[in-house]
Ligand binder design. Structure first.
Ligand code: PMV
Length: 349
């Protein structure tokens, strides 16, 4: 049993209500491939966003058996309620009383579904934060650092990348040479002040539902011919990216960012059952970004999640010339554009 949850193994259930707003994050070094119990195959690191958030209000009450009701933007969502119920059931060894709870959730996102921003990271970290606060309501624990560690641990069990959303700025997750690093929860990462405020402009190339889920993509890494090479590349990119972030070298960070995005999609293209989530306009935009960089030397770089939509990362200080290029050259390739930046992390509301 985890030390983080051990104090809450036997408690008396009380009614409680809590609300948290939690942001999405964008991975600079990708988590793609896992062992059992949401243990990542390699360390990853991400930037927490500011504008793309989920706000979740949860009401916990004593009941006979576990029931979960969930409304997304005011509408009942059976699929998400089942996902949360399965998640809570998966915690029963550590928190046996969880099987006697009625859970009512009201949740809403600031960004549209299919916008290339993982709503699972913001949504499940927001829910995990309400659950963490409930635990401390049932049995007080005054250590604030433990609160966030526990919230990250609980977020990870709901959706791996969600564990990186509980801190602002930059976050890393997974065993590494960093002090305090762990496969079980994320930790905050200090970066050079020059890179502490970056912009993330999301080009929504397509908002269609993904044909292959991330869960299935992670699964395909198990039998992947290149799996070990990929994990070793990710570990290497992880330490190089941290070093570049701490030295304040945007161009070094940017080169790793793009290599990671392309490696992620190369894994999909070369998996035992190959597939791609890229669209023709994703590639047109990538070529336009490379041409722009060659012509101007400006530090504009891209990354991709498991989808066709590009996240454009650049320093706040260069925003004028870069946003002009984006609106003239890249906007015609998109359905929509979302402007975001480095955020300060979740907040209780
Ligand atoms: O947390 P999951 O299971 O949705 O996987 C996230 C995978 C990527 O977004 C592609 C990479 C990452 O590290 O966030």
């Amino acid at each position: 049993m985890s030390q983080l949850l051990a104090p809450f193994h036997s408690v008396t259930i009380q009614d409680f209500e809590s609300s948290w707003t939690s942001p999405a994050n964008i991975a600079f070094v990708k988590y793609w491939g896992k062992k059992s119990h949401q243990i990542p195959a390699n360390p990853s690191l991400s930037m927490t966003l500011s504008e793309c958030t989920t706000t979740t209000k949860t009401k916990f009450q004593a009941a006979n058996g576990l029931t979960v009701r969930l409304k997304l933007n005011g509408k009942s969502e059976e699929k998400f309620a089942t996902k949360i119920k399965d998640y809570l059931e998966s915690l029963q060894d550590e928190l046996p009383w969880i099987l006697n709870l009625s859970v009512e959730i009201e949740t809403s996102n600031t960004f549209p579904h299919g916008a290339g921003i993982a709503s699972s990271a913001s949504g499940l970290s927001a829910f995990a934060l309400t659950l963490t606060e409930y635990l401390t309501h049932l049995k007080s624990d005054t250590e604030e650092t433990l609160f966030y560690k526990r919230a990250s641990y609980l977020s990870r069990l709901a959706s791996g990348s969600a564990c990186r959303s509980v801190y602002g700025g930059f976050t890393s997750w997974g065993d590494s040479a960093l002090p305090e690093s762990s496969d079980l929860f994320a930790t905050s990462l200090k970066v050079h002040p020059k890179l502490a405020a970056l912009r993330d402009t999301v080009l929504v190339i397509s908002s269609e539902e993904k044909t292959i889920s991330s869960r299935s993509g992670h699964g395909r890494m198990n039998e992947h011919f290149f799996a070990e090479a990929r994990y070793s590349q990710a570990r290497d990119n992880f330490s190089r990216c941290i070093s570049a972030l701490q030295r304040g070298e945007m161009d070094d960070v940017g080169m790793i960012l793009e290599a990671e995005a392309l490696a992620l999609h190369a894994m999909m293209l070369t998996s035992p059952e190959p597939y791609t989530l890229l669209k023709p306009n994703t590639l047109s935009a990538i070529n336009a970004i490379w041409d722009f960089r060659k012509e101007t030397n400006l530090p504009l770089y891209f990354t991709l999640d498991a989808g066709p939509n590009l996240h454009l990362i650049y320093p706040e200080s260069q925003k004028n010339k870069i946003t002009t290029f984006i609106s003239h050259e890249l906007a015609p390739l998109t359905e929509n554009i979302i402007h975001d930046k480095t955020g300060i992390g979740p907040k209780k509301c």
